[in-house]
Write a protein that binds this ligand. Sequence first.
Ligand code: FAD
Length: 317
Amino acid sequence: MKVTDHIKKAKGNTLFSFELIPPQKGKSIQELYDNIDPLMEFNPPFIDVTTSREEFIYIDKNGLLDKKLTRMRPGTLGICASITHKYNVDAIPHVLCGGFTKEETEYLLVDCHYLGIDNIMALRGDAMKEEKYFIPCEGGHCYANELVGQIANMNKGQFLHEVIETDNKSNFCIGVAGYPEKHMEAPSMDADIRRLKDKVDAGADYVVTQMFFDNKRYFDFVEKAKAAGINVPIIPGIKPVAVKRHLQLLPQVFKLDMPDELVRTVEDCKTNKEVRQVGIEFAIQQSKELMEYGVPVLHYYSMGKSDNIKKIAEAVF
Ligand code: FAD
């Protein structure tokens, strides 16, 4: 079922969902299941599965380093299929522009359609680790709105090179990313909102936000988006702080601010166990306020570990 239909069906009640990262190549999928199992009691209508950019690895060959391009966490679509099958829940693959040609994307979308996947999260992807800025692959999309357009066209039976007479069109519900604190490359918040509007105009049905720690940023973002004519659901993404290093890492990677009260409390923690508890308590307060505001879904970034998300969900849902 489409995310937008889940939201309609909930009739104003806030839903619970979360995002997973595929395991590293060679690791068992069991660890993923072990982290999903405790969260199923909160009835997530959908679970997102991320896609990782490819990266360079260096293999020692008799003292010479051989540079190879590889994906360390493949398996997004397979994981989506297995989650849908095992838990009878909608699983949403993240589909990236980065590293894929339009043709490869078309084949992936055809696979998604055959597997009965109803939702696609359409993203540009970040630059590769070695790149200063995002470089599209030859024959790939430059921005997420183009990818959204490709998916929307396929929903109309328009493939890349031909219009197919079909009685079996895809009908994907399309999610896109939004940034309450502005995307790091955008020159201004207003410019970023205009780009978000481009994605919605191209066919996006809902938005999931980047993590944020100050709810006011989300409320302002929603107001700005509405003023710009964006009328699709905007789902807040929540990340509980889990280790002390997050104080440096999260602002550095995601270009976001953290409230000083949270920063000071984490700084005062003696162990990461204490930090994890602070992160849980902060996310509970954040989630409760968002719920009161009437958000359609609270979407948690689990980063592969669910014990803290479970504690938050117990207190909020
Ligand atoms: P876009 O919407 O294309 O925007 C990228 C930048 O370009 C923005 O600054 C925008 O303002 C600007 N822009 C857009 N269109 C134009 C234009 N026509 N001309 C000039 N500038 C333009 N990354 C992954 O690698 N894998 C994942 O699974 C993943 N999941 C994510 C899930 C969520 C909910 C979020 C919020 C992010 C996720 N990301 C993921 C990160 C995301 O790929 C990065 O933030 C990426 O840098 C931008 O992706 P986007 O889809 O927002 O890009």
